[in-house]
Design a protein. Sequence first.
Lengths: 185, 127
Amino acid sequence: MQDLSLHVLDIVENSIAAGAEKIKISINEDTARNKLILTIQDNGMGMDKKTLTRALDPFFSTKKTRRIGLGLSMLAQATKEANGSFHIKSKKGKGTTITATFMHDHIDRKPIGDMTKTLMTLVATQGLDVDFLYKHHKNNYTFIFDTKTIKKDLKDIPLNNSEVIKYLRNNLKKEFKKLDERSNK
Amino acid sequence: MKKLKIGDLEKIRDKVRRTANLRQGKAKAKITVHMGTCGIAAGAREILTNLMSEIDKKKIRDVIVTTSGCAGLCSREPMATVEISGKPPVKYVDLTTTKMKKILEDHVLKGNVVKEYALAVGSERTY
């Protein structure tokens, strides 16, 4: 994976496969403490203790098509490369939360990448069945993208309508630009 | 992004109303882009983003685009499956955005399977 936005897409696809209906993605960039913290929380089926202990093993997977599972292990590896840490919390029947922490200015810390593309991929293909809440916090600036409230505003118009997608894509791009401009210190 | 502005919402509503009639019927095709770890690492997100913008440009309203997990053939990613209603699904492998565009134009819109990009053509024999 080249950047964090691809990792996010990958982990969220796991959440969707686990039957999640609500997925919270949060990125917190705290340059004063030199940290970047990514958390993804879902209300999917969760894992029992035995599965959880093997979740980061690249040679373990629950899928039937292949016996390897690289998604989580590669993200965990990416945190280690950037002097960070990786935590995973899960409860059978309740959901899973992953927390990936990176040293913000570490030379090997993967760039955030194109988060708009990741979010629009998720919204356009899964947005009708799954609610996504994306929160990006950088120093003193925060923005929130919440498909649940957008769905409410749209009323009878489906969220995956191409006009809606276009509108949301443009807005997200603007929000990320604002985030870059206003959070610089 | 807190709330949709009323003005923007009205604009979207207007545009959607104009095209709504076309979407009344059932979808005639489904395109599934494989979005497992292997697919994503091989560039599936780019394939899907481009596919969506092509569908938008061509004003296609009766095609569903969705994602799936790893199909077990990681070395041939990016992959996509095209299902035209009533016909057997076709799996395409080693995709690029240009290949996907051709598949959309030839297979999805005109019904001609792009054999040179397909993994295999035809249903498997049932005993």
